[in-house]
Design a protein around this ligand. Structure first.
Ligand code: NAP
Length: 523
């Protein structure tokens, strides 16, 4: 449900704004701390005559908790102290407002007085107890404490609004929604500020009671607010991309949406969201997959637990660091020393690695791995996953790396030969695998000279953007079989979906979607 805050400066503007909002919104919030002139009675009766169904919230925000989005001057008529404010809220109750909003900071005595007054007037008006932090998002334990301080008064709604300084702050504040739901407490929870946009979209989907939107640009009551039109367009888009199950659901209970996330930094260019969302839809799994650019990994994992996110993909640079925040790490991931997938099983987070399997499945489709020799360029996370998979399948890896020390350490661990990148011309094998980022879009480069692929029957590049890297073009000219990172990308993603849902993912569709997007990028 959408609530439009009425923040107009004058009585005339406020009445106009009420009239317009009543056409589009479910709720209006009369911000009596911002409107200059006019009486509460006039505004409430104007709203009632404009709409039969509009719900009215009356608020007189404390200066310390008001975020007037650039407006620093509060209305002259604003109640100057708590007594005047409580009197105004009592007037709203007397006038039949649907809700009054009182800040937790007003204190127990004021809240109880207002509750008693409400009860005396038949209890038609409900109470919202609110907390606004204009500076930051406190840590989750602190926010939960504040939530409990609000909830102990048993209000109709608890409102918790913080300021997002980082993207992870959204995860913290949004996690209060499921926390409140588990306690049968209605809640409005979101983040203000530019970095809080995502919470304004996600909160209503997660069950936040209301979202706030301005009736037109510039009419917002807090930084980051969308307009009603923008909110409706976003909601329609999200609804149209969600799956309606074709077969009737057997259980009487509606299944909970299965939400998944990608944690990395950067993630802006990632193609995982379009691939996973299309696959989830095709698999009839109601849920979403969204990317988060993470600055505080610990906070992000905490948020994942609190929001009961079903699973996560982990990408650069967190594949190793994430392991210390998990409850379990599967044997393969532990041996590789990197996690790219997390499953949340009733709050217990387990780490897996599907990169190695993605690569093995991809290579196996072209050549058997057993007893074959493989030269791996690189000694990072993907090289470790590739070597692990090859050994597990009975093949023989050799490591070639730019930094000698890193290459030597890995080859000692794997008990396999090591060569410097300068020596690669001396080696021959069945297959060459590039696991370095050299050749990634937009650079048309190869980690080795153009003639080198001639020493191999097959050449694999783990890079998938572009689909055909310079290394693969050189290899094709030398008559080698070539394998693009696109198949590995699809196969590691399919591995994640299989782990999360237990169902077989639509690999052909996933590959089609990614190829189309990559072709668009290259055009
Ligand atoms: P990483 O841990 O940072 O390792 C990168 C390796 O590449 C290092 O050994 C590094 O050598 C080497 N390297 C980097 N720049 C180089 C250069 N200019 N010349 C020579 N060697 C260079 O990275 P990662 O996680 O393994 O990822 C590597 C690539 O794999 C990325 O492009 C990633 O997108 C891709 N990937 C693809 C898939 C897929 O599904 N297709 C899955 C996972 C990863 P030094 O030791 O000398 O620094």
């Amino acid at each position: 449900m959408i609530c439009v805050p009425i923040t107009a400066r004058t009585k005339k503007e406020a009445l106009h704004s009420i009239e317009r909002s009543c056409q589009f919104a479910d709720f209006i919030e009369l911000r009596m701390d911002l409107i200059n002139g006019g009486r509460l009675e006039e505004f409430i009766s104007a709203a009632r005559s404009d709409s039969d169904s509009i719900k009215i919230i009356v608020t007189c925000r404390k200066k310390e908790e008001a975020a007037p989005a650039g407006r620093t001057v509060l209305a002259k008529s604003t109640a100057r102290n708590s007594e005047e404010k409580i009197a105004l809220l009592k007037e709203a109750i007397g006038l039949g407002a649907d809700f009054v909003d009182i800040e937790l900071a007003e204190g127990q005595a004021a809240i109880k007085e207002l509750q008693a007054f409400c009860a005396k007037h038949g209890g038609k008006t409900k109470i919202i107890i609110s907390y606004h932090n204009l500076k930051e998002t406190p840590v989750l334990t602190e926010l939960k404490k504040i939530f409990h301080q609000c909830a102990k008064f048993k209000p109709a709604i608890v409102k918790m609004v913080t300021t997002a300084r980082t993207i992870e702050d959204n995860l913290i504040t949004l996690s209060l929604i499921s926390y409140a739901k588990e306690r049968s407490q209605k809640i409005i929870s979101l983040c203000m500020g530019d970095k809080g946009d995502i919470s304004r979209i996600a909160a209503p989907l997660m069950g936040s009671y209301l979202s706030f939107a301005a009736v037109e640009k510039g009419g917002h009551s807090a930084p980051g607010q969308f307009t009603v039109g923008e909110m409706k367009r976003i909601n329609e888009l999200l609804k149209s991309s969600r799956t309606v199950p074709e077969a009737p659901v057997l259980s009487m209970q509606r299944p909970q949406p299965q939400n998944y996330i990608l944690l990395g930094n950067p993630v802006g260019q990632s193609l995982s969201p379009i691939m996973h969302n299309a696959a989830l839809k095709q698999m009839n799994v109601e849920g979403t997959y969204s990317a988060f650019c993470v600055h505080d990994l610990r906070g992000a994992i905490q948020g994942m637990r609190a929001m009961n996110i079903c699973g996560a993909s982990i990408t650069i640079p967190f594949k190793v660091a994430v392991m210390e925040y998990l409850d379990d790490v599967d044997d393969d991931a532990l041996k590789i020393g990197a996690v790219n997938t997390i499953i949340n099983h009733h709050g217990r987070l387990t780490g897996y690695n599907t990169d190695w399997l993605g690569l093995v499945v991809t290579i196996r489709e072209a050549l058997p791995i057993k007893n074959k020799t493989f030269v791996i360029i690189g000694a990072g996370g993907t090289a470790r996953a590739a070597a692990y998979g090859i050994i597990k399948e009975g093949g023989f890896p050799m490591i070639v790396n730019r930094t000698l020390k890193k290459g030597e350490i890995l080859s000692r661990k794997l008990n396999c030969p090591f060569y410097s990148l300068a020596e690669i011309g001396k080696i021959k094998a069945d297959c060459l695998i590039n696991t370095t980022p050299v050749g990634m879009y937009p650079k048309d480069k190869s980690p080795v000279k153009a003639a080198i692929p001639g020493n191999y029957k097959y050449v694999v590049d783990v890079i998938y953007n572009p689909i055909k890297t310079k290394l693969l073009k050189d290899a094709q000219k030398q008559g080698c079989g070539i394998i693009s990172g696109l198949d590995m990308f699809v196969n590691q993603g399919a591995g994640q979906l299989r782990l999360w849902t237990g169902k077989e993912p639509p690999r052909a569709l996933m590959k089609k979607i990614i190829s189309e997007r990559l072709n668009q990028i290259e055009e």
